[in-house]
Write a protein that binds this ligand. Structure first.
Ligand code: GLN
Length: 549
């Protein structure tokens, strides 16, 4: 039997999606890390898309960009935030990525003329990738979340990979099923049957869960535990009650209370070298619960409506970044979702006057763009703190060019390639890419360095002279308009080391209490225990704005 250094915890979903598999995965990581283990987390996305960059954010949620530029699922953001670590492209795979490697290998004759089959070659490639990720991060434990739910056609080959790995290394592999127990209002009782079916379906793939994380509105009572234990064939103490919580950051603390960590170590045969130290985490969770004072933040974006439901998942990292800075400063940011389309004709902008801060997040394309520009103008002219992220910075430059400089035809070539004043232009290296229609994974992606200008708002907030931040964009401030914008009062407080690319733009404090935009996405590096300085500066300005009202 193969013996090696890494242990593997697979997390799969039962009954339905969206019940917190990603948070469970992240929280398991947090409690193991708190014991001194080196932990890494992987996400398996069953989509054929090679990365999340080409997926629709309305359906799939935010595209989370890793340090190395990989465009991934928003769960990767949760892992990074809970673990407080940067992950790499080795930690993310999609069905498309797995097939792509197998097919490339086949074309290169690496299978030495043998028949290449879905089983075992696809699951073997999955196992290979998981092992590489564990290896790369020197992890004691790798936690792997399998997207989708048990019983779906799409993730069957990933379950097959778990079965095959467990067969080879039974002592190194455990499986956790995160299931849901509904309490139908007309019945008024928590029902275990859907979870029983989910476990049975999982059993049909040759996998038996070591743990059940029982998600429900309320905690599990002993009757339900007993029933689940008996019918699902899982010892009662390995059924972890996971009721709805006020904040997802409570989950590691709840897991710990249920002795989940200890039991995981026991099932994996790992020695508990040190007791779990979650003191910093608990302090953060406590601070997060501050309810006063509040600051109201309006996020002017799109992507919100899906049928009858309003989704804000596309901006998940922005929301979390605001929360972390709020917890640090002892203020509660209250977020309102504002549909940019509402301001398309410039009507009704006074509604924005009630906010202490306005934020325009990243975005693409034409939808709601004039509404965003109008909202930015309102924030600038009415001294409301403004924070623009990527598109939010580009549009702020267009706004200033149009209304302060008077360049009516100011625009981005993304929307109007023939505009008379291309304030935001395509990056030279992107011209080719666009001409070839080669869109997947071809933007300026991942971490780039920016030099900061001494004494500016950005430099003071960061407290250093250079930073590394994550990017995801195809367009840039056009060098030909830098002087014009500077004459209009814009200070480019962060630039690429060669001075060519404008990374941060701001208006000086004498002119506006806080008007700052970044070409990068600061939200992607905000962490619970290390809030992002620019978000903190924005919130602090919002707080002052509220006081002054
Ligand atoms: N659409 C813009 C660009 O490609 C901004 C991208 C973004 O906000 N992430 O440059």
């Amino acid at each position: 039997m193969e013996k090696e250094g890494h242990k593997y915890i697979f997390v799969i979903g039962g009954v339905m999606s969206g019940v917190g598999k990603g948070v469970a995965t992240s929280s398991i990581g947090t409690i193991l890390k708190a014991r001194g283990f080196k932990v890494t987390a992987l996400k398996i996305d069953p989509y054929i898309n090679v990365d999340a960059g080409t997926m629709n954010p309305t359906e799939h949620g935010e595209v989370f960009v890793l340090k190395d530029g990989d465009e991934t699922d928003q769960d990767m953001g949760n892992y990074e935030r809970f673990l407080g670590e940067d992950l790499t492209r080795a930690n993310y795979m999609t069905t498309g990525r797995v097939y792509q490697s197998v097919i490339t290998r086949e074309r290169n004759l690496e299978y030495k003329g043998r028949c290449v089959e879905v089983v075992p070659h696809i699951p073997l490639e999955v196992i290979d990738r998981i092992k590489k990720a564990a290896e790369e991060s020197a992890a004691d434990v790798a936690i792997i979340e399998v997207g989708g739910t048990v019983g779906e056609y799409q993730n069957i080959l990933f379950l097959e990979a778990i079965r095959m790995l467990k067969l080879k290394q039974p002592q190194d592999v455990i499986t956790v099923i995160v299931s849901y127990l509904p309490i139908p209002s007309k019945i008024g009782e928590m029902k275990t049957k859907p979870t029983q079916y989910a476990v049975r379906t999982l059993n049909g793939t040759g996998i038996h869960p070591d743990f059940i994380v029982a998600r429900a509105e309320r905690p599990l009572d002993s009757k339900r535990k007993e029933k689940l234990g008996l019918f699902c064939n899982v010892p009662e103490e390995r059924i972890i009650s996971a009721p709805d919580v006020e904040s997802i950051y409570d989950v590691p603390l709840n897991f710990e209370q249920d002795k989940f960590g200890e039991q995981i170590l026991e099932t994996l045969g790992l020695q508990n070298t040190q007791p779990a130290d979650l003191s910093k985490w608990s302090e953060f969770v406590k601070r997060l619960k501050v309810i006063e004072p509040t600051v109201s933040i309006g996020i002017v974006g799109k992507y919100f409506g899906t049928g009858d439901y309003l989704l804000s998942d596309a901006y998940l990292s922005v929301i979390e970044a605001l929360k972390f800075s709020g917890a640090e400063a002892g203020v509660k940011p209250v977020i309102d979702w504002i549909n940019a389309k509402d301001f398309q004709n410039g009507d009704g902008l006074e509604a924005l006057g009630t906010y202490d801060g306005i934020l325009v997040p990243g975005g693409f394309g034409e939808t709601g763009i004039e509404g965003k520009i109008n909202a930015i103008r309102y924030a600038r002219e009415n001294s409301i703190p403004y924070f623009g992220l990527c598109y939010g910075m580009q549009l702020a430059m267009i706004e200033i060019a149009r209304h302060k400089v008077g360049l009516e035809g100011a625009h981005t070539v993304e929307i109007n390639p023939a505009c008379s004043h291309p304030i935001i232009d395509v990056m030279p290296e992107q011209k080719d890419v666009i001409a070839k229609g080669n869109y997947g994974g071809t933007m300026r992606l991942g971490v780039y360095k920016a030099e900061l200008v001494k004494g500016t708002i950005a430099q003071k907030a960061y407290g250093k002279d250079s930073v590394e931040e994550r990017h995801r964009h195809r367009y840039e401030v056009n060098p030909e308009y830098i002087e014009t914008l500077e004459k209009a009062g814009v200070v480019f407080s962060g630039t690429s080391p060669d001075g060519v690319l404008m990374e941060i733009a701001e208006l000086p404090k004498e002119v506006h209490p806080f008007f700052l935009g970044t070409q990068f996405h600061p939200e992607l590096q905000a962490r619970p225990l290390a809030p992002h300085p620019l978000f903190s500066a924005f919130l602090s300005a919002a707080r002052d704005c509220k006081k002054g009202k």
